[in-house]
Design a protein around this ligand. Structure first.
Ligand code: NAD
Ligand code: TDX
Length: 336
């Protein structure tokens, strides 16, 4: 099968590309990525020379390019990871979020219905459900929770989800959607909380914590997200939404303290800064549907995944130092 993974040079996409290329040598994996600031071919370097892997640079919101690409490649499956993904950037510059996350998704959907496809999978997020109160630990997001977004990022992701569902209902496109909680692990861009704290603490730099650090996120190790998407794409029911999460809720302050302790760094590095506007209080997923229907189980808990992640950043200093210095953007010119 020919599988197109969009956004395969980003954090989760690159982990997924590696997962698929290694697990399914008989499938052909095409990584379609624009290489924005978040795209980094060093993140797929371990599979770059594999026979069942190819990279194509392109913009999912460029209709002429996308249709030309589909005409040439005729993919069987499209898995859409490509997105602008950082909430803080969406607050300062919402427009590109509409372009990539909404127009990009609808462009792919149009190409899929024009050329035919066995499966279109949309990689979505828990943020489309809005947030939960901090004082109700009994509440979780289910697939029936209404969409109720807070940031330009989550609004654009929710809009994309609605288009995916509309293309299923109106045109009969065989789609699935997965909505996952916060990921962490290898190849995570150091603008996001966990890699930011690891990289800054290793350099003995201050670590910014928004507000009082009480907001709660539900953390999942990235390869557990990859195995869940793989299951949904290959075994999930068409037209369905699947929530993904491993019940690993931690406050931001707990996350930062855990990392500093593991690195043997002082808590005096913590610097409380102005809160994020519209900051969602708590995310918490109910993954019962994917567990019972598809038999998915995460391999890591927060307590086992964090030490593995820290080790990865210690052993791959070049990877994140290239990002901090801007060096990584030269990789594309060197390789292509
Ligand atoms: P990322 O920002 O690390 O990577 C995004 C990738 O998309 C980059 O490689 C970038 O170059 C590419 N891209 C951006 N615009 C493009 C365009 N117009 N055309 C082609 N490629 C383009 O993001 P991530 O954290 O890996 O997230 C991947 C997906 O998973 C996103 O859809 C995100 O909404 C979703 N998600 C992320 C998390 C998380 O915790 N990071 C959790 C749940 C869902
Ligand atoms: O410097 C920081 N200090 C801080 O306190 C940063 C960057 C973040 N934070 C807080 C904000 C959040 O409560 O930490 C929490 C996590 O922040 P991010 O890493 O920016 O992630 P979040 O906003 O939760 O969104 C992530 O999870 C859902 C991804 O970036 C999204 O793409 C995904 O959909």
């Amino acid at each position: 099968m020919k599988i197109v993974v969009t956004g395969g040079a980003g954090f989760i996409g690159s982990n997924f590309v590696q997962y698929e290329v290694n697990r399914y040598p008989e499938d052909e994996i095409i990584n379609l990525d624009l290489l924005t600031y978040a795209g980094n071919l060093e993140s797929v370097a371990p599979v770059a020379d594999k026979k069942n892997y190819r990279f194509v640079r392109g913009d999912i919101a460029d209709r002429a390019f996308v249709f030309d690409f589909f005409e040439k490649e005729k993919p069987d499956i499209v898995i859409n990871f490509a997105a602008e993904s950082h909430v803080d950037r969406s607050i300062t510059d919402p427009e590109v979020f509409v372009r990539t996350n909404v127009v990009g998704t609808t462009t792919l959907l149009d190409a899929c219905r024009t050329y035919g496809i066995k499966r279109y999978h949309q990689v979505s997020t828990d943020e489309v459900y809005g947030d939960l109160p901090l004082d109700r630990p009994d509440l979780f997001f289910t697939e029936e929770t209404p969409l109720h977004t807070s940031s330009p990022y989550s609004s654009a992701k929710a809009a994309a989800d609605l288009f995916v569902q509309a293309y299923h209902r109106t045109y009969g496109l065989p789609v699935t959607i997965s909505r996952c909680s916060n990921n962490y692990g290898p190849y995570h861009f150091p603008e996001k909380l966990i890699p930011l704290v690891i990289s800054r603490a290793l350099n003995n730099e201050e670590v910014p914590v928004y507000g009082e650090g009480k907001n709660v996120r539900d953390w999942l190790y990235v390869t557990d997200h990859c195995s869940a998407i793989d299951l949904v794409v290959r075994k999930g029911r068409v037209g369905e939404v699947y929530n993904i999460g491993g019940h690993n809720e931690r406050s931001n302050l707990e996350v930062v303290q855990t990392i500093l302790r593991a690195l043997n760094k002082p808590e005096s590095l913590i610097h409380f800064v102005k809160d994020r506007p519209g900051h969602d209080l708590r995310y918490a997923m109910d993954p019962t549907k994917i567990e019972t229907e598809l038999g998915w189980k995460p391999e890591y808990t927060f307590d086992t995944g964090i030490p593995v992640t820290i080790d990865w950043y210690l052993n791959h200093r070049d990877w994140w130092e290239h990002i901090v210095s801007g060096e990584y953007q030269k990789y594309f010119e060197k390789m292509y």
